[in-house]
Design a protein around this ligand. Structure first.
Ligand code: 4NP
Length: 174
């Protein structure tokens, strides 16, 4: 018999953007950083891209610098989302509506309730708000993305700790 042990339950979160070199690695690292700051166990994070354009590449140096200005270190190499990710992760969080549309297209029907927009958790954003793509922007675009991500991931962790997805009581922001 499987004994439920909520104390040691792990919540797995996958952040997804287009290239997996700017926004989603930043969200992954920010969430890891914020969880460590709070001493939260049981949070596992990863990131992926909907495209395979940058597979194997490290995070964009402009994103690395914007994160490092806030004491956050970006790691990893870009990968493309895989079908099994929808089984492995409790939450699959898109940076913009185009990422979300693509995730809805490729996710098995029984897994679409795991999909979210990151800014659904941003206390300063309205419904449907997106993390803007900074790729063709300047340093201020990357700084703005970091601020949005930090705000949203802070609130996301509040949700995960108060109402974990595997023991969900209330409706989550969608
Ligand atoms: P990301 O940013 O989706 O946040 O990683 C982008 C990275 C690369 C491209 C666009 C957005 N690109 O056009 O190659």
């Amino acid at each position: 018999m499987r004994v439920e042990s909520p104390k040691f339950e792990t919540t797995r979160i996958l952040f997804v953007c287009l290239g997996n070199i700017c926004r989603s690695p930043a969200a992954e690292a920010a969430t890891r950083h914020l969880a460590a700051e709070r001493g939260l166990p049981g949070i596992e994070v990863d990131s992926a891209g909907t495209s395979g354009w940058h597979v194997g590449e490290p995070p964009d140096p402009r994103m690395v610098r914007a994160a490092s200005r806030r004491g956050i270190r970006l790691e990893g190499r870009a990968r493309r989302i895989r079908p099994e990710d929808f089984d492995l992760f409790d939450l699959v969080i898109a940076m913009d509506r185009s990422n979300l549309t693509e995730l809805r297209r490729i996710a098995p029907a029984e897994r679409t309730e795991r999909l979210r927009l990151l800014r659904a958790f941003d206390p300063e954003a309205g419904a449907g708000a997106e993390v803007p793509d900074p790729y063709y922007g300047d340093d201020s675009a990357f700084d703005e993305v970091m601020e949005i991500i930090l705000r949203s991931c802070t609130r996301l962790l509040d949700h995960v700790t108060q109402d974990p997805p595997h023991r969900r009581k209330a409706d989550w922001a969608t």
